[in-house]
Design a protein around this ligand. Sequence first.
Ligand code: ADE
Ligand code: ZN
Length: 338
Amino acid sequence: MPNPDRAALIDRLPKAELHLHIEGSLEPELLFALAARNAVAIPFASVEEVRAAYDFSNLQDFLDIYYQGMAVLQTEQDFFDLTWAYLQRAAADNVRHVEIFFDPQGHTARGVAFETVLDGIERGLIAGQRELGITFRLIMCFLRHLSEEDAFSALEQAMPHLDRIHGVGLDSSELGHPPAKFARVFAKARALGLHVTAHAGEEGPPEYVREALDLLKVERIDHGNRALEDPALVRRIAAEGMTLTVCPLSNLKLCVIDEIAQSPVRQMLDLGLMVTINSDDPAYFGGYVGANYHAVADALDLSADQIVRLAQNSFTGSFLSAAEKALHLERIVDAVNG
Ligand code: ADE
Ligand code: ZN
């Protein structure tokens, strides 16, 4: 049930977003504008037709449309416009820090240079920091439906830019592509000093979460829903203080859950897990981070303490320094009191 005090608390709390695919923030309006600007044909006649196509029954259904949508992103300016549009939405939700994913292989395979992608996204992030006060980290993801060799090649292309890329992640089609497939490329990324995270347990079994921890040595688990099926794994995630980046509206749209009341957020809080709330691909799933907080808070009747905990977790689980985390946590206290 909506509750005005709870809604106001959500809106004024400073938040970090730790699970956001920048290509998944491509709104239909921008998709159309970029298609026209770059003379790229898209199989839709109107924005309404695009939105109607966003009806998915699983992750792969969504990914097919998501990769199609990326085709309109061609120039450095396109990647800037995409990033800037996302950051304005994030600012409206009082997001103060973002750790965003991008999928370089989704662009280089189409002939767009790695540098074009990186330069545009980074320029957007720097503008966001300067004009909106939102700090950032940038995480490149390996597409897990592609080969290990392809992932090594993406990492190779990142090598001249390691001062601008903070971490690596693992995304795309989970089932049939276990973390083990990328153990060696993650070992190399770690040796280069990059942070590491991976999607696991979104559709894949608890074993994939275990592999992400043991073989990839991740610092966060993206999603992690299906870890709850394995009590020993839950105890381990709790004991290690491992952050889970849960995405409630994504889970609903991709049929990981049938209704938002089935979101695992409350159960994870009750189990003492470091759960966070994120939007994943907001242009496709119907809401940015604020909408995700509101949806779960209402459906699960979360208390003020639980909502504050979620916001705290978002900073604690970030790749910020301890000093930076402490500053954000102080601002949360101010927001609760004010
Ligand atoms: N790429 C973009 N969004 C994704 C998701 N939710 N899971 C896996 N890969 C993705
Ligand atoms: Zn994701």
